[in-house]
Design a protein around this ligand. Structure first.
Ligand SMILES: NC(=O)c1ccc[n+]([C@@H]2O[C@H](COP(=O)([O-])OP(=O)(O)OC[C@H]3O[C@@H](n4cnc5c(N)ncnc54)[C@H](OP(=O)(O)O)[C@@H]3O)[C@@H](O)[C@H]2O)c1
Length: 415
């Protein structure tokens, strides 16, 4: 039996779950000839009172004390980019393999950390950093033909998905649905990264690095939040033959990458349209895989801890680390795609009839493909033809200027 000494960077929700799971999973792990022991955990404040299990590892807030121990694997669950980057760099530099669940770290520094790991003959794994309960990064990292992807679409943020599902199921306004998510523990006290799309953009950049889009910067991806959605948008989407979901999308074409992050109308035939609640999903379409769909839990301390420990077992038993594409000197050009749109027009006074509306928009190169037939009052919603954001916004601005209508639009993800 080989004893595996684990150093835990962080002992919050996930860190504590890793320590618990390391004990609980012993039987299954021992079958692989390994005995997992968490020997030390680094926290911000070791004196803060905590409700610790009897077999919790010793905690320290002194980095030097943490680093003075010898580890077979370091598990990083601090969150954020610093000091996570500096501490992971120090571990890898000493040849100690690292497992992390930190998507911010991997999105910003994954390529340089993978390269350092390769130089030191060790490894960096981060299966839990995106779709935490769905193992798929290992497959992409090890299998270049599976990873030959031309289009990916996904739901990668459980908080946003829960909020959108609650808005639709109970016709709750955004703020109330978010408050419920907070109460149930599905949203953090500061949910801005989740509902604003930054978390999803980081995960898209991270996944992109394994499917032919290395160096994609989250800040280069068109990102919109779910906070402008109304329950009526979600009901209209169903009538129009789809659902609104918080989507990440990227298409990798010879001419470059197109990508977006934000709420989108998803055609009912798309597998993401059938997911509900906090579920995450990822569809990969490629030359060799055809059409591959993963789905499952995206977060939760226990499932995240299990994925982390599977990474630890992989680290100790598999040969070699994950192949990472070299990062280009500057990130690849990334522009938003031309898509169809689900538009909402809220008129302050008289509502134009459908023909006049269609003619007006058509003059700006935007065509109504299907209108929500159950429109009531002064709001009109419809699906448009494919158009660039600039063209769509030009048409909506013109109708707003002519009628005083308030306008909004979200993208359409086709099946
Ligand atoms: N929660 C989930 O379900 C989930 C799922 C997938 C991935 N993740 C990722 O896992 C990571 C950890 O998440 P979490 O929910 O466990 O976070 P958390 O509960 O906030 O825990 C963070 C831990 O890191 C410690 N820490 C933070 N900054 C530190 C610093 N500067 N120096 C020393 N220690 C520091 C904290 O110390 P104190 O205890 O003293 O505050 C705490 O123990 C994040 O990257 C997150 O995105 C989480």
């Amino acid at each position: 039996m080989r004893s595996v000494r684990i150093g835990l960077l962080g002992f919050g929700q996930v860190g504590a779950a890793v320590a618990r799971a390391a004990g609980a999973a012993q039987e299954r792990v021992r079958a692989r000839g390994l005995d997992l022991v968490v020997i030390c955990a680094l926290v911000r404040d070791a004196r803060r009172p905590r409700d610790l299990d009897a077999d919790a590892p010793p905690l320290t807030d002194a980095v030097d004390t943490f680093l003075s121990r010898a580890y077979d694997v370091v598990v990083e669950v601090l969150g954020g980019t610093e000091p996570a980057r500096a501490l992971v760099t120090r571990a890898l530099d000493r040849g100690v393999p690292v497992v992390t669940a930190n998507k911010s770290l991997v999105a910003a520094h994954g390529a340089e950390l993978r390269a350092l790991a390769a130089r030191r003959g060790t490894s960096l794994r981060y299966e839990a950093s995106a779709l935490a309960g769905v193992p798929f990064i290992d497959t992409l990292a090890r299998r270049p033909l599976v990873a030959d992807v031309s289009r990916l679409s996904g739901i990668v943020n459980g908080t946003s998905h829960y909020v959108v599902t609650a808005m639709e199921a109970e016709r709750l306004p955004f703020a109330e649905a978010l408050e419920r998510a907070r109460r149930l523990g599905y949203a953090e006290p500061d949910p801005s990264a989740d509902v604003g799309g930054r978390d999803a953009a980081e995960k898209l950049a991270l996944i992109g690095a394994h499917v032919g889009a290395p160096g994609l910067s989250p800040s280069a991806i068109e990102t919109t939040g779910i906070d402008t959605l109304e329950p009526g948008d979600l009901a209209a989407a169903r009538r129009l033959g789809g659902a609104v979901k918080p989507i990440v999308f990227a298409a990798l074409e010879p001419a470059g990458i197109t990508a977006f992050v934000g709420p989108a109308f998803v055609d009912a035939r798309h597998p993401l349209a059938g997911l509900e609640g906090c579920a995450n999903g990822l569809r990969l379409e490629g030359r060799y895989v055809g059409d591959l769909f993963y789905s499952g839990p995206g977060a939760g301390p226990d499932v995240t801890a299990a994925t982390i420990l599977d990474d630890v077992v992989e680290t100790m038993t598999a040969t070699g680390g994950w192949a990472g594409a070299a990062t280009p000197a500057s990130g690849p050009p990334c522009r938003p795609p031309d898509t169809a749109w689900l538009a909402r027009l809220d008129f302050p006074g008289d509502v134009p009839d459908e023909t006049s509306l269609a003619e007006f928009l058509g003059a700006y190169g935007v065509w109504i493909r299907r209108a929500d037939g159950e429109a009531r009052g002064r709001v009109r919603r419809f699906l448009t033809s494919r158009a660039s954001r600039a063209r769509l916004e030009g048409a909506l601005a013109a109708i707003g200027a002519a009628s005083g209508a308030e306008t909004r639009a979200i993208r359409v993800l086709e099946a």
